[in-house]
Design a protein around this ligand. Sequence first.
Ligand SMILES: [Zn+2]
Length: 454
Amino acid sequence: MEKVIRAVRQYSKPLSADTMLFLRGIAEDYARVKNYVYRRYSGIASLEKLYPGYTVQGEMNATSLRTDLNLPYGYYGLAMFDALRDIKTAWSNLQSKVSELVRKNENLSDSERRYIYWVLNRDKVYAAVLNRTTTELPDNFAELDVKRLDNLICRLTRKHKFAASEAASVNYFQAMKKCFQYENGGIRFTSRIPRKRVFVPLTDGTAYNVSQITVQLAENTIELIVPVETSVKRHFDYTNKIALSLGYTVMFTASGGAEYGAELGKLLNARSERIAGKRKFRAPYYKLYKTLTTDGNAKLAETIYSNNLGAKKLGAQNLRELGGIKSYINAEINRMFESEKPAEIVIPAQSKQFTPEMSQSAKRKLSKWQIGYIRKRLEDKCASNGITLSKVSGAYTGMICAVCGDSGERVKQTFCCGTCGTRVSYPENAARNLLRKSEGTFAAPVSTVNPSAE
Ligand SMILES: [Zn+2]
């Protein structure tokens, strides 16, 4: 049976300051190792060491970095691989970039281009060319001026070479199996002190048998991302092709007109209002707490803090509420599958992003929208249900009438076409256009319509 890796997310209960301090320390050192690898192995001279990577591993194990940091190998090793993967990705993007430039270069003959592609597709040969060491050439390149072409490759590579990034995130780390163990409704992490492990209670008691996990740090909680292998469910009755508009008020509007997650906006608003209200209520206490602390009345400050502020309490409630919203999102994705029976789903490639000219309330809304989570869950669920998820650009889909193809206008939540008289919900019209785009029957207007409107 076909298998897919699905990212399962687990959440901790609110954690003590000590536990957070420990986790943050591991995350910071993890980032230090990554930055060290970026600095040391991003250069052209290191390219040949990256494949298959044993050299780097050997060199990294020989440095004193690990003992200096006192970081257990189960974190250290993954930080190293994590950084190497980033560097390899940067190289492969650079190779595509050079290929692209070569393809567009009209001064090159077909056989010259073929030689350059041949080099770019072989990491070892590419490394040799960049470092001016000799490699054996196949006979069919014998009559080319290889030296000139090698110079071109070097020049283009140097011109577009990525910088050795120094910005590894300090909010996450990955751990190998030997550094964590599920038990008693939580998970234990290996610490820097031999035989001492740090316990993190989880909101769900599921123990997964996986070889590594990712730990994402929040203010006083953590999120675990667990790569679980699951079988693909095959739905032989899922044969439809549909498109979805993704929204804040209504989560999905399908090209057939049905809505899923119609309560999403209400849930998100209720949550953000409650958080704002709570902050307002607590503001004077914070002020008092700060004054007392600076006046040296630490004891009274502490009392006020624990009785009235309780970041822990807000954190826990917040998390519970968010958990509720997330399970609502998941349930609605399932319901959409069951009623639409899709073999393929088309969604816009990108969702609304922050722009400087956006109103304050639009920004607030956008920041509360769980769109990253929604997309991720849709992706995971499509993969584990054997459904194809396609992405097309959402440009113009909001402004054009899906019936006649002329441009219409938006009146609140309705799309109105002056040419054919269509009046339909705004997101439904956009979803129908997404579907037409994926089938190649959508024509963008020649006139100047705002392309970003979705
Ligand atoms: Zn029309």
